[in-house]
Design a protein around this ligand. Structure first.
Ligand SMILES: [Zn+2]
Length: 725
């Protein structure tokens, strides 16, 4: 998804790369607090008053205190509004320079303070920062609207757009991007249509909030109460105690309460021996919100699909999917659907092979039943233990934190791009255990600053992400100041060891980091990771695969005590286990992504005429060839928060689209000699330096010489040939 106009207006500093489909659903903001914002003094004593004098304009955390944020943010919005008014009311005829470029220059103060505040709130937040975020949300939204709905400003943007013949390259793309942003917000509509859009937006906002709130109620309503401890066989004593505590807290003293998590699949199902309890847990999950308890999300699903279809048509699009994907790399729902559907036959044949193994395991234990969705994880775990016995603790001994950072991630980036990382201990930070590096280019020139905030702390949100304090821009003379965040638990003393996934994630986030670091564009709103959602995870997923490159792995995966490289036997096991159950994982994702499109490629009439959500869902899965009883979609309609509560409607496909690009590009690079500076330079020139200054498909073709295909993704996931024993 293209950035909102507000982000365009204040530069790309708020761009955060979301990174995994498990992390993308953020809780909908608490109802906006409309506390009166009294005038607060903003003067030179506030460290945000002037640009930071530290190298690269890095925020000076030796001076920044919480009380500085609010006055600086309010002053930032006010200053930005004045700048925008001056552009809109300029007496001179509109030109690219006096309108579009001036918009790019505007909002410097707001950008400066917002990038620091939101980063700190995410990485080292507390009640104060959360309260201020709640207070700011409606103000920032209103500020954004005051720009995107400013008719005088739009008239000037439109005039520049209509005279864009003389422009080319990045300038042309910026004009088109800015103009499209206004049009997509409804700037071209008459007052009657604008009123309708506003009404739809209001209802959409309240329905998505209600959907999110319902999910919390549904989790409570669908809690599974177990009377007898014996029914919990397979769980550890600690787990059982946790369930007992949860039951007590829920008013069921002496019993055991199993809470359901937000996916169809429930983690506890892999260890619960009792088949009846497994079935109860699975059904509580899969039927949630379908009228099985008090809270019913079915009417919301229908109404949301209908309202989005209405909004799309008012804005001149056939369907919501056409509207959303207009600014994506895929370009249309049809293109994205085709890419997913092309994967289905290979994925399904792998699922069938996995299913046969699971069925064989059931049979060998004398089970006289066909595998059901509540059985899959339990027996898959048994198959895994038998075929891929892997001691995670043993593996970790080869992934010591400092070695992974320096001899793994930094080393790989040095081999590919020639860059190096020099630690700077003189730059103040916002919390403990954050490392700051100056990144040096192959010729010794400085590229920018990189903050590695890899360890978990109270007040840090979950998951991993990349963001920036300053984004690159030639226009503003800024070099990038980039952050990577992760939630690695630091050992109380002695070395810290990482899991396989944590190492992979570190490579991934560095991929986003270099997308920001290598950015080489003129205009801040086109910099670095400010690209479409189906493109942004491409450069990051691409870098993940260097972790298993032989040269890289041999350089960092050494035993923390002996320094011995990881034994081949162990490595083989790691590789084999990596793709275990991948047919299931892939199919449940694709099924949800295709379901998303089914709702968001409807006309308003078709959406209004959905009678039965469950029947619609079943027919949709059938139509797409992904209706396999034992492998239900990762999210079913009534708890598909990404698309009915979050901002991923018609966008859930994006993770896999990006992975297709990553796999295809990585495979191509291997064919061209793999880890070489020549290959790195080409990737940097065509992709990593371009930000959003060029059409993403064109960027891809510039690198690859052709459009991507899904073949390499199937190889990456080990899904090319069905594994039939
Ligand atoms: Zn990511």
């Amino acid at each position: 998804m293209r950035k909102s106009l507000i982000a365009v207006a204040i530069g790309a500093t708020l761009t955060v790369a979301a990174c995994s489909d498990k992390e993308a659903t953020q809780a909908v903001n608490e109802t906006a607090q409309t506390e009166q914002t009294q005038a607060v003094e903003f003067n030179q004593s506030n460290p945000f008053y002037a640009e930071s004098s530290l190298p690269f304009h890095a925020p000076d955390f030796s001076k920044i205190k919480f009380e500085h944020y609010k006055p600086a943010l309010l002053a930032g919005m006010e200053a930005h509004s004045k700048e925008i008014e001056a552009i809109a009311n300029n007496a001179e005829a509109p030109t690219f320079e006096n309108t579009i470029v001036e918009m790019e220059r505007s909002g410097a103060l707001l950008s400066r303070v917002a990038s620091v505040f939101y980063n700190v709130a995410g990485s080292n937040g507390n009640d104060q920062t959360r309260a201020l975020q709640g207070e700011l949300a409606p103000l920032m939204a209103a500020h954004g609207d005051s720009i995107s709905l400013n008719p005088k400003l739009f008239a000037r943007v439109k005039a520049v757009y209509e005279n864009r013949d003389s422009l080319e390259g990045e300038a042309l793309r910026l004009v088109e991007d800015t103009y499209k942003g206004f049009v997509r917000s409804g700037a071209e509509l008459n007052e009657e249509a604008k009123d309708k859009i506003r009404a739809i937006n209001t209802e959409l906002s309240s329905l998505t909030t209600e959907f999110q709130r319902n999910l919390m109620a549904l989790a409570k309503e669908n809690m599974v109460i177990v009377d007898d401890k014996a029914q919990l066989a397979g769980l550890s004593d600690t787990e059982i105690q946790q369930l007992a505590d949860a039951a007590t807290a829920a008013g069921h003293e002496g019993k055991y309460a199993i809470s359901i998590t937000n996916t169809t699949r429930q983690p506890i199902l892999s260890s619960l021996e009792n088949r009846e309890v497994r079935q109860r847990v699975w059904e509580a999950s899969a039927y949630r919100g379908t009228g099985n308890t008090e809270t019913d999300n079915r009417p919301l699903v229908k109404r949301l699909a209908e309202l989005r279809a209405q909004k799309a048509q008012l804005l001149g699009y056939d369907t919501w999917g056409d509207y959303v994907l207009e600014t994506s790399m895929a370009g249309s729902p049809e293109a994205a659907q085709k890419m997913l559907r092309d994967l289905v036959p290979a994925v399904v044949s792998n699922v069938e092979a996995e299913k046969a193994e699971i069925q064989a395991m059931i049979n060998s234990e004398g089970g006289d039943f066909e595998v059901q969705p509540w059985d899959w994880a339990y027996y898959a775990e048994k198959v895994r233990a038998e075929k891929y016995a892997l001691n995670a603790e043993e593996v970790k001994q080869y992934f010591e934190f400092n070695r992974v950072v320096e001899d793994g991630v930094f080393y790989a980036m040095n081999q590919l791009f020639g860059i190096s990382f020099e630690q700077r201990d003189d730059i103040p930070t916002y919390g403990d255990n954050i490392r700051v590096y100056e990144v040096k280019d192959i010729d010794g020139e400085t590229l920018g600053l990189f903050y590695g905030d890899w360890f978990t702390r109270d007040g840090k949100r979950g998951g991993a992400w990349m963001s920036s304090f300053v984004s690159q821009s030639e226009l503003l003379g800024n070099k990038p100041v980039i952050l990577n965040n992760q939630n690695i638990k630091k050992a109380a003393e002695g070395p810290t060891f990482l899991s396989f996934d944590e190492v992979s994630t570190m490579f991934h986030e560095m991929g986003h980091g270099l997308h920001g670091m290598f950015s080489d564009v003129m205009y801040p709103s086109l910099a670095g990771t400010s690209v479409s959602r189906d493109y942004v995870e491409f450069p990051s997923t691409f870098q993940e695969d260097w972790m298993l490159n032989e040269k890289v792995l041999n350089n960092f995966a050494k035993h923390y005590e002996t320094g011995e490289p990881m034994p081949k036997e162990l490595l083989d096991k790691v590789m084999a286990a990596k793709n275990f159950n991948m047919g299931y994982d892939t199919l449940e994702y694709i099924a949800s992504a295709l379901l998303d499109f089914e709702y968001h490629t409807l006309t308003p009439e078709a959406a209004a005429s959905i009678e039965d959500v469950a029947a619609f869902e079943a027919a949709a899965l059938e139509r797409n060839g992904v209706a396999i009883d034992a492998v239900p979609p990762r999210y079913k309609s009534t708890f598909f928060a990404h698309v009915f509560a979050g901002g991923y409607s018609a966008g859930y496909y994006a993770y896999m689209w990006s992975e297709i690009l990553a796999a295809d590009a990585f495979k191509y690079m291997q064919e061209q000699g793999g880890l070489t500076l020549e290959n790195g330079q080409k990737f940097r020139d065509t992709i990593l330096s371009k930000g959003n200054s060029k059409d993403p498909m064109q960027q891809y073709i510039d690198f690859r010489g052709q459009e991507p295909t899904g073949e390499a993704l199937l190889e990456r996931r080990g899904l090319t040939t069905p594994k039939i024993d």
